[in-house]
Design a protein around this ligand. Structure first.
Ligand code: NDP
Ligand code: 8X3
Length: 254
């Protein structure tokens, strides 16, 4: 049987790391990327007894570096079956009018430009793999439902959703599938990053409820990537049972 190979961005934490473990459980070879090399080394050490693992330190915002990593994939890691575009972040939970412009740029550069960089570098490889190959993009409920403080983060994830749907049109006939997985509240390092490593704020968000776990999302990624080749999940919106919408906010005279 031809080896199945997953290329995962943002494999050093949260969804990406859990997804690497899920694919390893099923015997897939792995290309794991992220900026924190020591975490990639640790994950490789954990998984390589079970499956072949290639790691590459990579900032997805750097288009040239992305191309280099793809060009330098060793034999045995080239015929990618599934690209998991997971690397991403939210910054600046405060109101739009209080945000540093650099934080907006960083979200656009990572969540939009970075995802496009990796997709562009691997799209022809995936087409060569053909039937059964997939691109799994990690969007967010924030790309669909606005809330205070979602501003550019939500807009980047709306981009991910629309880019995913648009790719489906162009890839029609190639056998390559595209899915946008759109999670709601999930406990990872996401809120630590968003609050610039404020542990108390992160703990407060998840306290007293039952958020999704990284493993819940990894299971969804694995599910969409291993469905029969003729099945394409376009969008998969997943929320914790204990999360819903707050309704419209109305500004009233005092
Ligand atoms: P984590 O912060 O735990 O993981 C984020 C991952 O993205 C890390 O591995 C990080 O690696 C990587 N990353 C960030 N910036 C870059 C970059 N410039 N280049 C390469 N890798 C980068 O958060 P999650 O696992 O929760 O987030 C994963 C994805 O899921 C993100 O796209 C996020 O927007 C999305 N999401 C998260 C939700 C949540 O509630 N947790 C809900 C919905 C969507 P490193 O720092 O080592 O580079
Ligand atoms: C992360 C989920 O609800 O914090 O994308 O926007 S949320």
């Amino acid at each position: 049987m031809t080896a199945q190979i997953a290329f995962i961005t943002g494999a050093t934490s949260g969804f990406g790391r859990a997804t690497a473990r899920r694919f390893a459980e099923a015997g897939w070879a792995l290309v794991l990327t992220g900026r924190r090399s020591e975490r990639l080394e640790a994950l490789k050490a954990e998984l390589e007894a079970r499956v072949p693992v290639h790691i590459a330190t990579l900032d997805v915002r750097d288009a040239a570096a992305v191309q280099q990593v793809v060009a330098a994939l060793p034999e045995g890691f080239r015929r990618i079956t599934c690209l998991v575009n997971n690397a991403g972040l939210a910054l600046a939970p405060q109101k739009a009018q209080e945000v540093d412009l650099a934080d907006w740029h960083c979200m656009i550069d990572t969540n939009c430009t970075g995802l496009v960089n990796v997709t562009h570098a691997l799209i022809n490889t995936l087409i060569e793999t053909g039937r059964g190959a997939s691109i799994v993009n990690i969007g967010s409920v924030a790309g669909y439902y606005p809330y205070p403080g979602s501003h550019v983060y939500g807009a980047t994830k709306a981009f991910v959703r629309q880019f995913s749907l648009s790719l489906r049109c162009d890839l029609l006939g190639t056998g390559v599938r595209v899915t946008d997985i759109e999670p709601g509240l999930a406990e990872t390092e996401f809120t630590l990053v968003r609050t610039k490593w404020n542990q108390e704020a992160s703990d407060a968000l998840y306290r007293g409820t039952e958020p999704l776990s990284a493993e819940d999302i990894a299971e969804q990624v694995y599910y969409v990537a291993t469905l029969p080749a003729h099945v394409n999940i376009n969008r998969l919106e997943v929320m914790p049972t204990r999360q819903a919408w707050a309704g419209f906010a109305i500004d009233r005279d005092q």
